[in-house]
Design a protein around this ligand. Structure first.
Ligand SMILES: O=c1ccn([C@H]2C[C@H](O)[C@@H](CO)O2)c(=O)[nH]1
Ligand SMILES: [Zn+2]
Length: 135
């Protein structure tokens, strides 16, 4: 995936953020998950009055994709912030879900607060020595 495509994927995360349901934190997050087949699955964070049922944008995107039969992923872009976007990285729970389905050395996570300041990391960088099925 070229740099241009990473920017495009991040723009789709920004668009997905518009659907965020976050009346409790006011922190809106969008994610765009790219499959190896070139499909994009979007997700947003969905909060709840009981707090703990809240789902992050990243997991919403993964669960949507997996529910539609997709299991082969290339990259995810994330855009989050209250009124303004900030550099928003996936939480530990989402990193663990990524580890279930993605190759840690090749799956890329794209974060940033603007098209011009995107950071691209592998899952292995964000979740080194993760716990996996074979463990
Ligand atoms: O990477 C992140 C970090 C936080 N959130 C959500 C969870 C909650 O709704 C809000 C504040 O934590 O942001 C995400 O969706 N993804
Ligand atoms: Zn999360």
């Amino acid at each position: 995936m070229e740099e241009l495509d990473e920017k495009k994927l991040w723009e789709l995360a920004v668009a997905a953020r518009e659907y965020s349901y976050s009346p409790y934190s006011g922190f809106k997050v969008g994610a765009a998950l790219l499959s190896r087949g070139g499909k994009v699955f979007r997700g947003c964070n969905i909060e709840n009055a009981a707090y703990s049922p809240t789902n992050c944008a990243e997991r919403s995107a993964f669960f949507s994709a997996i529910s539609q039969g997709e299991r082969d992923f290339e990259a995810i872009a994330i855009a989050g912030g209250k009124d303004e976007l900030i550099s928003c990285y996936p939480c530990g729970v989402c990193r663990q879900v990524m580890a279930e389905f993605c190759d840690p050395c090749t799956f890329r996570i794209i974060c940033g607060k603007s098209r011009e300041s995107l950071e691209v990391m592998t899952l292995d960088e964000l979740l080194p020595k993760g716990f996996k099925m074979q463990d």
